[in-house]
Design a protein around this ligand. Structure first.
Ligand code: QAP
Ligand code: CO
Length: 172
């Protein structure tokens, strides 16, 4: 089932998501719905809070070397915690909750994290480049943060101005 995505400036996007404690059929069904929702909207990453469920769960599905977004590469990160960050990368990010807006954000180039899968099994993962960027973007959602909070003062002023302008035009 494709779920509805909350968009900026919905205040629910700024809630801190809660740890997952039950790894049951309900969680499995919800993760399937998150994947379907992300794919239907042409996304590469989605956090549960973006579909109004404030739990610490994220799905990420990047394209492989052939440029194919293969479900076999789907990452489901439950209760993820970053334990190491190294180097810097500047990458142009977007977000399904801020449609049509893209801006450069500075993050760690390499990370290591611990997480659980849908069965509650614990894993450690090292990631770099786009995967590291995407994981950090999605983990920000779990703490109630959007990438527009990390684009610098001037870009943020420009964003707010454009956003207000678009809103006015839509209401005409
Ligand atoms: C986060 O974002 C991300 O504005 C995932 O009109 C993005 O999947 C991390 C999307 C880039 C790192 C780099 C955005 C789709 C998808 C839009 C997404 C849009 C349609 C965003
Ligand atoms: Co996002």
């Amino acid at each position: 089932m494709v779920l509805e995505i909350l968009t900026y400036p919905n205040k629910k996007l700024h809630v801190r998501s809660k740890e997952v404690v039950e790894f049951d059929d309900e969680l499995a069904k919800f993760l399937d719905d998150m994947y379907e929702t992300m794919i239907s909207k042409n996304g590469i990453g989605l956090a549960a809070i973006q579909v109004a469920n404030p739990i610490r769960a994220v799905v990420i599905n990047l394209a492989n070397e052939e440029g194919v977004q293969d479900k076999a590469d789907l990452l489901e990160l439950i209760n993820p915690v970053i334990t190491q960050k190294e180097d810097e990368i500047i990458y142009q990010e977007g977000c399904l909750s801020v449609p049509g807006y893209y801006e450069e954000v500075k993050r760690a180039r390499k990370i290591t994290l611990n997480y659980q899968d849908r069965n509650g099994e614990k894993h450690e993962l090292s990631a770099d480049e786009l995967l590291a960027v995407c994981i950090q973007h999605e983990l920000d959602h779990l703490d109630g943060h959007l990438f527009i909070e990390r684009i610098g003062y001037n870009n943020r002023k420009k964003f707010d101005k454009e956003y207000r302008k678009n809103k006015k035009e839509k209401s005409k």
